[in-house]
Design a protein around this ligand. Structure first.
Ligand code: ZN
Length: 509
């Protein structure tokens, strides 16, 4: 049997290096490629993923995988080799169970559905998108029937992004969190008028914003010798290896908040990837272990660090020095209030910390019921608008600002949304653990020192990369299973203070 593990590693190295090439091509497409290159690029990406897919589902791969499973059977379950074999098994099972013709049909259907969605959103015309949406949904359902699932078909959708978690767990977590969030959002809404003079409602030259965004990226530990920051329409982070982790942001003169917090957010994703051991590059163990874990890191840096008073105690004077005219007369406290404003919005990506998760829950509930057939796709706009009113107290005037706002469904990314909220909850739980482990963290942040925090995260999370499933890593890192209470407590404390809601907490149902 000896040698099968080495052969398996050779095979996975080929596949995961090809995937790395695919991610570089994807980065190039969104950042550098001239528009004329789109068609050829689609062919190049499809060719790469086809070669990688065929290598993964080949009988040779399966033979070496089965032999390697025997070979590592006696190793500790958390050894690198055992984890690599387990990750290879998961990748094989996910791909091999779905017929190639179905994968191809879904790819061409989503390509057309995406075009239809762009047009439908532009015209705010849900019926125009509906036939495409139904087809994407039907094919996706077919895919998960091939894959199989433990309890509910939604489990298989989730498994693509948050391996191992079940829909029933998500329902329990969201069900626990929702009443407290709805109540908090309502109290904030009713607490009186918002800031009359917002220091951020001004014009800030883009080249200076860019300079400051780079400073903030560095401040959270983003290593520019193994990364670069560019501009794209939607900010993202792309890691072809731990030594080449690129981020993007976007700039607009009258929206500095989006550039600065976008830069911190993407840097949070990036430091996680840069912290993955270089020995895992080109293997299934490379990089973050799930979308939820990834989002926990982007949000921890963006919200728990980047929207804290302590962090800006250090950085605000430099911001004032860069924009002396715009920020003249505004104190650190004014700025702190401005970057932590809560107001219900129709658009998820513009939402604040309090209301964001409600946008996600609404999408999860709709997806869950569409997937098991208890909600017809034609009823989505009605369900959407009802829930917006119930959870956030606002009703979309049209579907462009309602159920057509996100690209995900056109691309068959069903099961993706919950990871945003799971990551947000996890960030709170990790932050609670950080505060116990590093009592001086606020004082360090107020001196511009993030090294202790970064070292803690590196040791507890980043160095494990994708070795463990998310629920195992949550336990290793925080000593508890994922729960929602830390998040609710954090929000109630912070926004209770900011909005003078008194100390009494919303009952934890
Ligand atoms: Zn993110």
């Amino acid at each position: 049997m000896a040698g099968s593990l080495e052969r398996l590693k050779e095979r996975t190295t080929l596949i995961w290096n090809l995937r790395g090439c695919g991610s570089l091509l994807g980065w190039d497409q969104l950042v550098k490629m001239p528009p004329g290159g789109a068609e050829a690029r689609a062919g190049q990406k499809a060719a790469l993923s086809r070669v990688a897919h065929e290598a993964l589902i080949s009988p040779d791969f399966l033979r070496d995988l089965e032999a390697a499973e025997q070979e590592v059977a006696e190793l500790p379950a958390d050894s690198d080799d055992a984890c690599l074999v387990r990750a290879s098994r998961r990748a094989y099972d996910r791909s091999a169970r779905v017929p190639g013709r179905l994968v191809a049909e879904l790819a061409s259907t989503t390509a057309r559905a995406y075009e239809a969605w762009v047009e439908a959103r532009h015209r705010s015309d849900f019926p125009f998108f509906l036939p495409h949406f139904k087809k994407v949904l039907a094919l996706s359902r077919e895919v998960v029937e091939h894959r199989g699932y433990p309890e509910h078909p939604y489990d298989a959708f989730l498994d693509d992004y948050e391996p191992g978690i079940r829909a029933s767990q998500v329902r329990t977590l969201f069900g626990g969190l929702k009443p407290g969030l709805v109540e908090l959002a309502r109290k904030v809404r009713e607490s009186g008028p918002e800031l009359s003079h917002n220091p951020l409602d001004q014009s800030f030259p883009v080249d200076l914003q860019r300079q400051f965004a780079a400073r903030l990226a560095r401040s959270v530990g983003y290593d520019f010798t193994r990364g670069r920051m560019d501009v794209s329409e939607h900010p993202f982070c792309s890691a072809s290896s731990s030594r080449d982790v690129r981020i993007t942001t976007r700039y607009s003169e009258d929206n500095m908040v989006s550039a600065l917090f976008g830069a911190i957010h993407e840097s949070g994703h990036a430091v996680y990837e840069q912290g993955s051991p270089s020995g895992f590059d080109g293997t299934p163990l490379k990089g973050g272990c799930s979308l939820g874990f990834h989002e926990s890191q982007s949000r921890l840096w963006e919200n728990y660090v980047g929207r804290s008073r302590a962090y800006w105690k250090f950085h605000y004077p430099a911001l004032v020095a860069l924009f002396p005219i715009q920020l003249q007369g505004y104190s650190l406290d004014d700025f702190y209030r401005a970057i932590n404003q809560v107001r219900p919005t129709l658009i998820r990506v513009e939402a604040d910390e309090v209301t964001y998760s409600l946008h996600v829950m609404l999408r999860f509930e709709i997806e869950y019921h569409m997937v098991d057939g208890t909600l017809a796709p034609e009823d989505v706009p009605h369900e959407w608008n009802q829930r917006m009113e119930e959870y956030l107290g606002v009703r979309p005037p049209d579907d462009a600002q309602g159920c057509l706002q996100d690209v995900h469904w056109s691309e068959a990314l069903i099961g993706y949304f919950p990871t945003y909220c799971l990551g947000t909850m996890l960030a709170a739980q990790i932050w609670e653990t950080v505060r116990e482990g590093i009592p001086g963290v606020d004082e360090q942040l107020s001196r511009g020192d993030t090294s202790v925090l970064l070292g803690w995260l590196q040791d507890r999370i980043y160095r494990h990369a994708s070795k463990f499933l998310p629920d195992e890593l949550v336990e290793r890192c925080t000593g508890k299973p994922l729960h929602y209470r830390a998040f609710l407590t954090y929000l109630e404390d912070k926004y209770g203070d900011l909005y003078g809601l008194g100390r009494q907490r919303v009952a934890h149902v």
